[in-house]
Ligand binder design. Structure first.
Ligand code: FMN
Length: 372
């Protein structure tokens, strides 16, 4: 048995959340010891280096939000070959999240259902932790902070609640993702409508402008993260709004509340659990949502980050061809292991060579042309 399958079998005997905590602790403790990835990134090839949103991405595969909610392993992600990492979701104040159990494996489908509910340490503590990790030789990759509404904040006070988090986290974030698409905070996804989005994102943009007037920093790139369950027209509207508000881009998608993507074992008892479904069952819809957003965003300069069901290099290839400049993984970390970012990047580089694609930017959106 390979080391990888031994670790997987051992982890899969543990409670899923305990196994996740154990993995994170190991990465936190061992992060500084992991072989620095610089050499690997160089080997990873200039063909996948991109300059987007004013930032350098040496590899296109990032860590999706919710894996390192507490910002505990910030130094580890670059060393594992991730080109960027999204920390959070972070809320204004610490939250416990929902009662356990709240994380379920659907092994036959390589899927997960979660209803974590934004358990996190709150913006002040998380900001301090990220700042410490980024001192010295730091993370070595762009670090995004994903922010979301506190459970106790009413929907119509969401903008003010996000501002509390933003003021605390601005100094440690290279870009900020606003998460209005988690299914596990009651009412949260209503924030995806035009009025709420305008209030929240407009307030963040204005706050950033007034902070910049004082400290002269570069503008913060803001992105909004959407649910796969939105109808196409609402995705298009959110993309239009992102352009109108001067955002940097859109992240698609979060987990789904649908269950029809379960292909292998719809009878899995875990399939009846409430929460958001991730992994291969969300792949087709996440890919389609990316296409819808990318078509709408054509020519706008908005960056699309694709996430949902990306387990290998071919999945990443398809998502990039659908218009994502960058991709992210969460569920793939559980089923394919911590080497997933390197494997995907290497697989992309190899396939680009085979197919005569000189640079990843030529692949971005290449499946859209002629599709109408
Ligand atoms: C256990 C778990 C927790 C998550 N927590 C968050 C979160 O806090 N914020 C967020 O924006 N997305 C969160 N997500 C969603 C992921 O970032 C990602 O959008 C989704 O899982 C689809 O990608 P995947 O199929 O690669 O897992 C979470 C996903 C899982 C499985």
């Amino acid at each position: 048995m390979s080391m990888q399958s031994f670790i997987r079998r051992t982890a899969f005997r543990m409670d899923p959340e305990k196994a996740h905590e154990t993995a994170l602790r190991a990465l936190q403790a061992g992060g500084p010891l992991l072989v620095p990835a610089k050499g690997w990134f160089d080997k990873a090839d200039a063909s996948v280096h991109q300059h987007l949103m004013g930032l350098d991405f040496r590899a296109p595969v990032g860590l999706a939000a919710g894996y390192d909610k507490y910002g505990r392993a910030v130094r580890a992600w670059g060393r594992l070959g991730f080109g960027f990492a999204e920390i959070g979701t972070v809320t204004a104040r610490p939250q416990d999240g929902n009662p356990r159990p709240r994380l379920f494996r659907l092994v036959d489908d390589e899927a997960i259902i979660n209803r974590m509910g934004f358990n996190n340490d709150g913006a002040a503590i998380t900001a301090r932790r990220i700042a410490e990790a980024r001192g010295g030789n730091g993370a070595g990759i762009p670090v995004a902070v994903n922010i979301g509404k506190s459970k106790v904040a009413p929907l119509d006070e969401a903008a003010a609640d996000h501002l509390v988090s933003y003021r605390l986290l601005r100094g440690v974030a290279d870009f900020v993702v606003v998460n209005v698409s988690s299914p596990n905070t009651p009412g949260l996804r209503e924030l995806q409508d035009r009025d709420h989005l305008t209030a929240i994102l407009g307030a963040l943009r204005d706050e950033d402008a007034s902070m910049r007037a004082r400290d002269g920093r570069v503008p913060m790139p803001f992105l909004v993260k959407l649910a796969p369950d939105l109808p196409d027209a609402q995705i298009e509207d959110a993309v239009d709004l992102a352009g109108e508000l001067g955002l940097a881009g859109v992240v698609l998608t979060n987990t789904t509340i649908a269950r029809d993507g379960l292909l292998k074992n719809p009878a899995d008892p875990a399939a009846g659990e409430q929460g958001g479904l991730s992994g291969p069952p969300v792949r087709a819809r996440a890919n389609e949502a990316t296409r819808v957003a990318a078509r709408r965003a054509a020519g706008s300069g908005l960056v699309i980050i694709g996430v949902g069901g990306i387990m290998d290099a071919n999945d990443a290839w398809d998502r990039i061809a659908s218009g994502a400049s960058l991709v992210e993984v969460w569920t793939g970390m559980i089923y394919r292991g911590p080497g997933i970012a390197r494997d995907i990047t290497q697989g992309l580089v190899d396939r680009m060579r085979r197919e005569g694609v000189g640079h990843i930017s030529e692949l971005v959106g290449s499946a859209l042309s002629g599709g109408g």
